[in-house]
Design a protein around this ligand. Structure first.
Ligand SMILES: Nc1ncnc2c1ncn2[C@@H]1O[C@H](COP(=O)(O)OP(=O)(O)O)[C@@H](O)[C@H]1O
Ligand SMILES: [Mg+2]
Length: 245
């Protein structure tokens, strides 16, 4: 296998006294798309946040380009944040900021020399690509869940990351929006970037991912390549069943 871009080595994570992720090891190769699937409460979002450096493991380590992210310098951490982006399951937009301010913030941080016109142009282009056509001067509470997902996706893409972590990113979207975002994700991958996503949509998973990792009870319960998924009806059936539990 190619050198992994992101690697979890024997990672465990507990919160409020209960073990949520137990001794997980997995690697994600550069330029691939990996789907995390499995039943609700299985630990998918926690694994995604650990891989993205949003949560810190109690045991084990998470490496990015071969280096433990817990040992990053301030500068390395900033580069890592610029190269990676997350769409959260609940979108996690700033409640007390307008959508425009939320979208502007990562550009201000990661492109401090970019002028206001350039920022504005990039924001407008990205928002139009995801298909959000309403006002940007409002706070997220006025948006539907689906619209919040679109803004979350636009925010993630704005700094042109190399890795995208997408948690239930097509949930609450209409069919047209799902098609639009999956086309953007496919283009993102075709440009050599790396995609990690959580979805309960079997068609999306089998069309977009190179491999599917099942997370059940905080552990990896299966790790299946797309070839196997397409070739082996029994494996496909088990994965589909596990996703819908
Ligand atoms: N910070 C936390 N504190 C307590 N329990 C948590 C926390 N985060 C997640 N959990 C619990 O861990 C389990 C796995 O959560 P999660 O990773 O969100 O699963 P999934 O995304 O597969 O639905 C769930 O039972 C959830 O309630
Ligand atoms: Mg989740």
């Amino acid at each position: 296998m190619d050198k992994p871009l992101v690697e979890l080595r024997n990672v465990s994570f507990a919160a409020q006294g209960s073990r949520i992720v137990e001794d997980i090891s997995l690697s994600l190769a550069e330029g691939t798309a990996t789907a995390l699937a499995g039943p609700s409460g299985g630990g998918k979002s926690t694994v995604l946040k650990l891989a993205a450096g949003i949560l810190v493991p109690d045991r084990g380590e998470v490496c990015y380009r071969g280096q433990n992210i817990a040992a990053f310098t301030r500068g390395q951490n900033l580069d890592f944040r610029k190269e990676t982006a997350v769409v959260f399951q609940d979108s996690a937009l700033w409640a007390n900021q307008t959508l425009y301010q939320t979208l502007e913030l990562p550009l201000r941080i990661h492109y401090p020399l970019m002028n206001r016109e350039e920022r504005d142009q990039r924001i407008r282009e990205m928002v139009s690509e995801v298909g959000y056509r309403r006002d940007l001067a409002v706070r997220p509470a006025l948006l539907s869940m689906g619209e919040q997902k679109l803004i979350g996706f636009a925010r993630a893409m704005l700094c042109r990351p190399a890795v995208l972590f997408l948690d239930e990113w097509t949930e609450s979207l209409d069919e047209e929006a799902v098609l639009r975002l999956s086309a953007l994700a496919r283009r993102f991958k075709s440009e050599g970037n790396t995609l990690v996503f959580i979805s309960h949509d079997f068609d999306l998973v089998s069309n977009l991912s190179d491999c599917v990792i099942m997370i059940t009870g905080g552990k990896v319960s299966a790790n299946v390549s797309r070839d196997e998924l397409v070739r082996n009806k029994k494996v496909a059936g088990l994965i589909e069943e596990g996703m819908n539990e």
